[in-house]
Design a protein around this ligand. Structure first.
Ligand SMILES: *Cc1c(COP(=O)(O)O)cnc(C)c1O
Length: 470
């Protein structure tokens, strides 16, 4: 036995490092809900300890983990807690963290059924659950990917395949040179990952036919150009700033008649469809051809977890298929036919666990709660002079600004420095804004009020500074 092999068997036998990590994890969980949401400057400075040459000699496992925990834990952002409102991040449902831990030990790659019967089974089951939850066509396929970026990419790849195939053009064989034309139509507020996918797939961002949006960020239906079967129309469930939803009911009916491919980027917003009181927002999505949605945002699975759903199973498989003499295809589900990767981790373990744990009622309750907290935030912030809410809070997003771009920028900077909560900025119809995204199961009413107080303090600091300058 080699020295390093012997050492590794010892780690397994004595379990010390696993207990050590367990302890670190529990310590982390105990503090993360109430600590500074963003790491301190000092903690970040200390990250310089990692700047070292790769050592020649092996380091003890305890030492490796100790360094990771000591310097790493304080420099995480507290996205697991209730006062992280940046991007659309989402916490993690506890059972998901626990299941992921078990899944870590299993170390499965659900590429093929023979590689992981459990992974394959859970994927097949959750595919059915998704179809039912979002009321999608019964033959819809699901691919379990790293996030909506990849889900958008896969969807548009399927669209590209199908549109060209209808013209007797196999894009996998012939590529795009001299291919029949594909038209791409989307709103001016489309998420940049949609544009990235269009770029990667060779559809060309310059070829996009842009549709203007109304002051909520929704595509103006009347301004969608005449569609035909060479079109990919990309809609949005959840505008990344305002949380607004396109009018799927009207748009999809018309686009479907024209035989256009309709893709819906519903990274965080598609989940509104699983909530009784919010379902009206996603009305009509069942008429689309593909959908992209994240587990790791609104559903609060751990990162990385996205789902690509496609009503045209054949197109999806044709776009992502691979084979080889050593591949074992089974009667059961082989996950790699629905994802760009062959090997990938079995993220389905967390996704299945969280869906089973919550059930339909729990999903409904958790997501409705996020909506209510967003409403609460908007109400409380409007009670403070100097803050304005720029959007209709239809889901989980609140767009806030102050009296001028400069004040908004400085106040945001103060909020971030106070570390009581964290959020980012954006631009909304030419104005600098603060973007509050409420998507953690852990956010309480008190978290909202505490955060609003931090906004107030940040504004007071800015007004104080202005007085001094004058
Ligand atoms: C977050 C987001 C994406 C990208 O999703 P990832 O999971 O980060 O890859 C795409 N579209 C919208 C609307 C989003 O909010």
């Amino acid at each position: 036995m080699s020295e390093i092999q012997d050492k590794m068997f010892q780690e397994i036998r004595n379990k010390k490092i696993f207990n050590q990590v367990q302890e670190y994890s529990f310590e982390y969980l105990e503090s993360v809900f109430d600590r500074n949401v963003y790491p301190t400057d000092e903690a970040i400075k200390n990250l310089s300890v990692f700047e070292e040459e790769l050592s020649v000699e092996s380091t003890s496992a305890e030492e490796v983990l100790k360094q990771l925990n000591f310097y790493g834990s304080p420099t995480t952002t507290a996205t697991l807690g209730g006062r992280y409102f940046g991007f659309v991040t989402g916490s993690a449902v506890p059972v998901g963290l626990a299941a992921k831990k078990l899944g870590t030990f299993w170390d499965q790659a659900p590429a093929m059924n023979v590689l992981s019967p459990i992974g394959s089974k859970l994927e097949a089951v959750v595919e059915k659950w998704m179809i039912e939850l979002f009321n999608l066509p019964s033959n819809t396929s699901a691919g379990f990917v790293s996030g909506t970026s990849t889900a958008n990419l896969c969807s548009l790849a399927a669209a590209r395949y199908r549109i060209l195939q209808r013209n007797n053009w196999d894009v996998n064989e012939k590529g795009l040179r001299n291919s029949p034309k594909i038209r791409v139509i989307t709103g001016v507020h489309a998420h940049s990952t949609v544009l990235k996918a269009i770029g990667i797939l060779g559809l060309g961002k310059e070829n996009i036919e842009w549709v203007p949006v109304d002051n909520h960020g929704r595509i103006i239906s009347e301004q969608i150009p005449e569609l035909d079967e060479s079109c990919i129309l990309i809609l949005q469930a959840g505008n990344v700033n305002s949380g607004a939803f396109d009018d799927f009911e009207a748009i999809c009916r018309k686009a479907k008649k024209a035989n256009a491919w309709i893709h819906i980027d519903g990274a965080f917003g598609l989940w509104a469809g699983a909530v009784k009181k919010l379902k009206h927002l996603t009305k009509g999505i069942e008429n689309a051809s593909s959908w992209a949605v994240d587990g790791h945002k609104t559903l609060n699975t751990p990162y990385d977890c996205g789902i690509v759903l496609c009503a045209d199973r054949e197109a999806m498989i044709a776009a992502l298929h691979m084979s080889g003499s050593y591949i074992v295809e089974s009667e059961e589900r082989d996950g790699m036919f629905y994802t760009p990767e062959m090997s990938r981790r079995a993220r389905i373990i967390e996704l299945w666990s969280i869906m089973k744990y919550l059930g339909k009622k729990g999903i409904d309750e958790m997501i409705l709660m996020m909506h209510k907290r967003a409403k609460q935030f908007a109400k409380e912030i409007l009670e403070i002079e100097g803050f304005y809410v720029e959007n209709d809070v239809v889901f989980n997003q609140v767009v806030v600004r102050c009296d001028s771009n400069d004040i908004t920028t400085n106040v945001l900077c103060n909020i971030q420095r106070l570390r009581e909560c964290w959020l980012g900025g954006s631009v909304w119809f030419g104005k600098k804004v603060m973007r509050v995204s409420i998507c953690s199961w852990a956010t309480t009413e008190d978290d909202i009020s505490r955060s609003v107080m931090s906004f107030k303090k940040a504004l007071d600091l800015e007004l104080e500074k202005q007085k001094v300058i004058k």
